[in-house]
Design a protein around this ligand. Structure first.
Ligand code: ASP
Length: 587
């Protein structure tokens, strides 16, 4: 038997008992003729005590950091207790030791905090995974996984696997492809999601499907993206949007209670896409704090009369003017205001400046555009923004899309600065009524906002005959948003061939192309497809949010770096000529 107990288990109650432990030597501390070793495994750390007599064994068999050892000994009460660890009241007085495996000196410290840089820790990921913070994340992920499965099981969902070697499923990204040896010159695509398969399963009658599944998208990577990521992918038949929102609100609540012990009270609020854009400037509003956007002018239409008779070019020439009233910051200094101007000028934000209006505590107003605005006008503007005494109003002006995006970012930045984005608070909501299409301005093409299998709202189907009105069509498509992050999205699907054909045509696909690529799905719709809809939740991001962290990478055992590389395996890599020839990639 390798061990009687693990390294996180021993307490005072076991004092006096003989135990066998096995694990990794985290630190070896020699004090004259005695030695202490902190022995670590997945469960914790236990202090080992090598007395004067036993020290000799360490001279014969020296133990270094990360050696795997097995020890026998007696549990004793510690003279100086360590309140920081659960095993801190005891130590094991060693009577025998075996080295099970030696270890090279690790390239960084394997403790709560590490001295290793990102790339180094990625290269030796198997060592980094020994560290407690990573272990906590992996454990949390396992718990989320289990919790999701338990909930969906009680609701009658089947976990059904779908293939990885498929033909392209459009989800708006580039495909990863795999050459076929047996079909020279042809390629499989890795699924961007199991979308079409889960819909086919609905046609087959498996009316509640789920899968915790890898998806592959060849996109440029940002900090919170991975080329392969995990979705909690679900689909249901004979459901309306309401049924899906209720089912997955239930899942969300269950996971939070189960994993975090957090009760999400009441029904999740719902906000239309249009309102989210109008009041928050993006489709994943962080509603932990107010500071809503005040639309003074939008796409050329003036909403604040005060602006009408002000002769200020920056405003009169801008299509859109947006403001936020930032509570309690009227006392910002010149330096702080200059710094905000620099902030909005950064390329990521792309504005040329920010106008400020101070609503002073004494009822006076002061602004960076005093030349153009009388105090009365400033007062009227402040009233329009619902600003209070002590607030600082920040105004951005410019083209509609850019200004809205910039204001959304500025609102979040001010939320950060005021400490209003507290990660221990969870404010989920549904964003609903997404537009069906989105205009790809560069190519003057309509593209599917979600994916081409999403149904228009039934009462708007007629608008699909008029290209000029595509922008007005909404879908029963929804996103689950938590603290400013999208954690999932889905839709009610098209389930009749004619409508699916119409959709492909609207997206500029010829009949032949649609038939070639999606004939299998449209064919299936001819054999009794039930009405259906579903959702997919981002597993990695959900775990990061539950763990109170930004990056999804630390919740994935073996992630890729920002260049999409696995630095541990050094992948992707070249393959040899023989392999290339076999695959028909070289002749
Ligand atoms: N397949 C979709 C996605 O990956 C989710 C869905 O519509 O169910 O975003």
């Amino acid at each position: 038997m390798y061990r009687t107990h693990n390294c996180g288990e021993l307490r005072l109650a076991q004092a006096g008992s003989e135990v066998t432990l096995a694990g990794w030597a985290q630190t070896v501390r020699k004090f004259g003729s005695i030695t202490f070793i902190d022995l670590r495994d997945r469960y914790g750390v236990t202090q080992l005590y090598f007395s004067e007599q036993m020290n000799a064994i360490l001279d014969q068999k020296p133990v270094g950091r990360e050696y795997v050892i097995q020890v026998k000994g007696r549990v004793v009460e510690r003279a100086s207790k360590n309140a920081k660890i659960p095993t801190g009241d005891v130590e094991v007085e060693i009577t025998a030791m075996e080295i099970l495996n030696a270890a090279a000196t690790p390239p960084f410290t394997i403790e709560e905090e590490s001295d290793g840089g990102d790339e180094l820790r990625m290269k030796y990921r198997y060592l980094d995974l020994r560290r407690p913070p990573l272990k906590r994340n992996i454990e949390l992920r396992y718990k989320v996984n289990r919790s999701v499965r338990n909930y969906l099981d009680t609701q009658g969902f089947f976990d059904i696997e779908t293939p990885f070697l498929i033909r392209s499923t459009p989800e708006g990204a580039r495909d990863f492809v795999v050459p076929s040896r047996m079909n020279e010159g042809q390629f499989y695509a890795l699924p961007q999601s199991p979308q079409t398969f889960k819909q086919l399963l609905m046609v087959s009658g498996y009316d509640r499907y789920y899968q915790i599944v890898k998806c592959f998208r060849d996109e440029d990577l940002r900090a919170d993206r991975q080329p392969e990521f995990t979705q909690i992918d679900c689909e249901m038949s004979f459901v309306e949007q309401e049924d899906i929102l209720n089912m997955f609100e239930g899942l969300f609540r269950h996971v939070f209670k189960d994993v975090k012990g957090v009760e999400i009270a009441g029904a999740l609020p719902r906000m239309t896409f249009a309102d989210a854009m109008w009041y928050y400037g993006n489709d994943k509003p962080d509603i932990r704090f107010e500071m809503k956007l005040c639309n003074l002018k939008s796409a050329g239409k003036v909403y604040c009369d005060t602006l009408n008779d002000v002769d200020f070019k920056v405003f009169s020439e801008a299509a859109t003017i947006l403001a936020i009233a930032v509570p309690g910051t009227a006392e910002y200094t010149r330096k702080q205001l200059d710094e905000l101007t620099e902030w909005v000028k950064r390329p990521q934000i792309g504005m040329s400046g920010v106008v400020n209006v101070k609503c002073n505590a004494d009822g006076t107003y002061k602004s960076s555009v005093d030349k153009f605005f009388t105090e009365d006008k400033l007062k009227a503007l402040a009233a329009h923004c619902g600003a209070n005494a002590g607030d600082l109003i920040l105004v951005l002006a410019g083209a509609e899309a850019r200004t809205r995006k910039a204001m959304s970012e500025l609102r979040l930045e001010m939320g950060n600065r005021l400490g209003l984005r507290d990660n221990s608070i969870y404010k989920p909501l549904w964003v609903v009524d997404f537009p069906l299409f989105e205009l790809d301005e560069e190519n003057d093409r309509w593209v599917a906002r979600h994916h081409p299998f999403t149904s228009p709202k039934p009462e708007q189907i007629a608008l699909m005959d008029d290209r000029a009105r595509y922008g007005e069509i909404n879908a029963n498509a929804y996103d689950l948003v938590l603290n400013g992050t999208e954690i999932g999205g889905g839709s009610i699907r098209i389930f009749r061939r004619e409508l699916q054909e119409k959709m492909f045509a609207a997206l500029g696909m010829s009949k032949e192309e649609a038939q070639d690529k999606f004939g299998f799905l449209m064919g299936a719709f001819e054999y009794g497809a039930p009405p259906h809809g579903g959702i997919a939740l981002g597993m990695d991001r959900l775990c990061a949010l539950l763990g109170g962290q930004e990056s999804i990478r630390d919740f994935i055992a073996f992630p890729k770096n920002n260049a999409g590389r696995d630095v541990m395996l050094d992948a992707p890599s070249a393959i040899d000529d023989v392999q290339m020839k076999e695959l028909g990639l070289k002749h």
